[in-house]
Design a protein around this ligand. Structure first.
Ligand SMILES: [Zn+2]
Length: 356
């Protein structure tokens, strides 16, 4: 990404100090960070649970890299030159994209590679994550200059702290969900009976709900066989299970869990999909907030200023990118590769030295 390329003072090859990332690449200073549009880390959807629990651990489960890599454009943006070209996981139908504001990354030792990636040597705790997206992973496609790029399509946001306030009573099983995870007829009946047995007294519990729940359970019991997600009676029962659900354990990042309408397990309320069965949640509206302590926390940053800086940086990046000759682009990619190889060599050298 051109902005980052210019910001780097760039003399990675001359310096031979192994395993001290901030000495190998220039640090990301706050002023540059504010100008960057974003920082997007691409990984496998299988890491979603561990990322929300432990944060972004350098190397992660891939175990190959010593640092977290962030592209400054989202991977579905054609200007993304890094996460896109080295889309790491061939064969995965979906990719996870984790967004952290660049200004926050400066506190975790972030630096800039010559190719314009942000590299972060320290673990980034889950509290710093602002957005998580999921996108379909496609094959390499030539861009307007004929250079092969990995393309991510159909991106949509699956993580937001605002989501914890959404009421979810239905979900979609078609696209992402894991086959075989949908709750059976018996599981739906069991859960409904449990709710009937400990139905909350008015005003929290609505006695009309209790009455219709009892009737629906009798109908469900009178029939056999599979119970499809779109079954009308199932939908009515599951809606009540979701609304009256009391989480049994504390959720991810301290937000309450919700009941998944598909598999009926408890899942993080700050995700738009179920961690257990991967079905997509559909919001049925928002809870009324009555507790003044729930008001949004005050921001430490001037959001308007960051937004206008981001717009300007985006414009300048576009301009620089348009004017960049293809040779230069290939050069940057080669340097990127060399950089990674050198990091690996340095790491191996140090391991050898430790053994000796
Ligand atoms: Zn589920």
């Amino acid at each position: 990404m051109p902005i980052a390329v210019r910001a780097s003072s760039g003399h990675t090859k001359e310096i031979q100090i192994p395993l001290e990332p901030t000495k190998i690449f220039p640090g990301l200073d706050l002023r540059t960070a504010v100008e960057l549009q974003g920082a997007y880390h691409v990984t496998s959807p299988t890491r979603l649970g561990s990322i929300l629990r432990d944060g972004l651990v350098p190397g992660g489960m891939e175990g190959k890299r010593m640092m977290n890599y962030f592209g400054v454009f989202p991977p579905w943006d054609m200007r993304n030159r890094s996460t896109r070209t080295r889309s790491p996981l061939i064969g995965e139908p979906f990719m996870l994209i984790v967004y952290v504001p660049p200004v926050e990354l400066t506190r975790f030792g972030a630096g800039l590679s010559r190719g314009g990636d942000i590299l972060v040597p320290l673990t980034i705790p889950p509290e710093e994550i602002r957005e998580i997206w999921i996108a379909r992973n496609c094959r390499s496609q030539p861009d307007e200059r004929g250079i092969g790029r990995w393309v991510l399509t159909r991106p949509y946001k699956i993580f937001s702290k605002q989501l914890s306030n959404e009421i979810v009573t239905s979900s979609d099983f078609k696209v992402l969900a894991i086959p075989g995870k949908i709750a059976t007829r018996d599981q739906v009946i069991d859960d409904a009976v449990q709710l009937i047995n400990r139905f909350p007294a008015p005003p929290i519990g609505d006695l009309n709900d209790l009455k219709s729940l009892k009737e629906d359970v009798e109908v469900l019991k009178s029939k056999g066989g599979s119970l499809p997600l779109e079954d009308e009676i199932r939908s009515r029962v599951v809606m009540k299970l979701a609304i009256y659900h009391n989480p049994t354990k504390s959720g991810v990042l301290g937000y309450p869990n919700r009941k998944c309408p598909c598999c009926l397990s408890e899942s993080a309320s700050i995700l738009a999909l179920c961690l257990e069965c991967h079905s997509e949640f559909w919001s049925a509206g928002r809870y009324e907030k009555t507790n003044p302590e729930n008001a949004a926390p005050k921001s430490r940053w001037n959001r308007d200023k960051i937004r206008s800086c981001a717009r300007e940086a985006r414009r300048r990046a576009q301009e620089a990118f348009d004017n960049m000759p293809k040779e230069e682009e290939i050069l940057i990619e080669e340097e990127d590769r060399n950089f990674e190889e050198q990091m690996k060599e340095d790491e191996e050298r140090q391991k050898r030295q430790e053994r000796e």
